[in-house]
Design a protein around this ligand. Structure first.
Ligand SMILES: *Cc1c(COP(=O)(O)O)cnc(C)c1O
Length: 397
């Protein structure tokens, strides 16, 4: 059997390669950070990590993790409900709920699991899920696992959302679900208008704050802070793998009864191991750091403003952003790859995105700003973009 299957796989792989869609992994040999070392010996400035607050290599998080390694050991060797719950898990759940102004939190191995396990236990065929067309793959998969009737609206399009809500009036319970920040453009979901419509059409709201937690809002509390809606949505999901330390782990935080039921019925929670205590300890430290001072959030905001203003001055076409994601529009797929390659030669580590990750003719380089960058790093990045941009005719030289 395998010989035939092998030939089939080889053809699939060749097709991917021929379409120019083969994803290669570049190997990093240093900790994640503003500056990283590659296996080929090169040091580069990293502008494509989700390490928004620079916490991935923060000494306080590392110390907290090491301490927990000594006090709580390496692994739990259990799911939460058998014997996988430590005091650190409970404390982190409390801290995350406080951070978002919610009632309780349930941890998962990843936000992919949080989204995969949130819909099916809560909603059934009598209910409706109204989902933004650009929502993350894990939300799409989670919705697929649930029997609720599905409605989809065009990205952040409130007229379309209203139309879908009208159609969904036939169902018993309704839930709008949206990413907080859409990762390819960096735009924020219009939560104020979403909540107005939710009120008008008797609907609940869930927001995935993976790219917005730690980033959006004056103190980094996310999109609910930006729109002054803290504690007002029913469900928030998020990750510990981006701004929140960058390791691993996800969570759902929300109304008490929702979290209570998820602990009873959510399959990725019931049938998958609990996160290592050292990750929970570092997570607790992360929330403490963000609550004691606004230094990292402020630095990220000023870095993002500094970068986008100067890139626009240099002549680049930047998508309007309300996050730390800065899409430098090039429109042409090959150009985005050539430019990313040349930037890496200049010591700037970025990734070009093109169809099918973004719509046809919308190729771009996505720059992600971090509090780990200092002004010299940002200047070096802008300078490299300007040099390569002129060489490739993207901006006027
Ligand atoms: C990154 C991301 C996830 C997945 O998070 P993990 O914890 O890495 O599984 C889920 N949703 C959104 C919107 C994301 O950006």
């Amino acid at each position: 059997m395998y010989t035939k299957f092998q030939q089939f796989l080889q053809k699939e792989l060749t097709d991917i390669e021929n379409a120019g869609l083969f994803k290669k992994e570049r190997i990093i040999v240093s900790p994640q950070g503003g500056k990283i070392a590659l296996q080929n010996g090169k040091k580069v400035l990293n502008f494509c990590a989700n390490n928004y607050l620079g916490l991935a290599n923060n000494p306080k998080l590392i110390a907290a993790a090491k301490e927990a390694l000594d006090s709580h050991g390496y692994g739990m060797a259990s799911v939460r409900f058998i014997c996988g719950t430590s005091d650190l898990h409970k404390k982190l759940e409390e801290k995350i709920a406080e951070f978002f102004g919610m009632e309780d939190t349930i941890l998962y191995a990843a936000c992919f699991d949080a989204n995969g396990g949130v819909f099916e236990p809560l909603l059934s065929e009598e209910d409706a899920i109204i989902s933004d067309a650009l929502n993350h793959a894990s939300i799409i998969d989670g919705v697929r696992l649930c029997k609720a009737v599905r409605y989809r609206y065009a990205n952040a399009d409130m007229a379309d959302l209203e139309k879908q809500l009208q159609a969904a009036q036939a169902q018993r319970f309704r839930l709008i679900v949206t990413d907080g920040v859409f990762s390819m453009d960096g735009n924020v979901a219009p939560l104020d208008k979403i909540m107005e419509l939710a009120e008008k059409y008797d609907c609940m709201v869930m927001i995935d704050e993976s790219h917005s937690a730690g980033v959006v809002g004056k103190t980094g509390r996310g999109v609910t802070e930006l729109y002054n809606k803290r504690g007002q949505v029913e469900i928030i999901t998020g990750t510990l793998g981006k701004a929140f330390g960058g390791a691993i782990g996800g969570f759902t935080t929300g109304k008490k009864e929702i979290i209570d039921l998820l602990r009873q019925r959510s399959r990725p929670y019931l049938f998958s191991n609990s996160i290592p205590p050292l990750v929970a300890a570092a997570g607790i430290k992360m929330v403490e750091i963000m609550s004691e001072t606004n230094e990292l959030q402020d630095k990220l905001h000023s870095n993002t403003l500094y970068f986008t203003e100067r890139m626009i001055q240099a002549g680049f076409d930047i998508k309007p952003t309300q996050s730390a994601i800065c899409a430098v529009m090039l429109y042409d797929a090959k150009l985005s790859q050539d430019m990313a390659a040349k930037l890496q030669e200049e010591g700037i580590y970025v990734t070009g995105f093109y169809y099918p990750v973004v719509p046809k003719g919308q190729a771009r380089i996505r720059v992600q700003i971090s509090a780990a960058h200092n002004v010299e790093d940002l200047d070096a990045c802008i300078e490299a973009f300007t040099k390569v941009g002129k060489e490739l005719g993207v901006i006027n030289g």
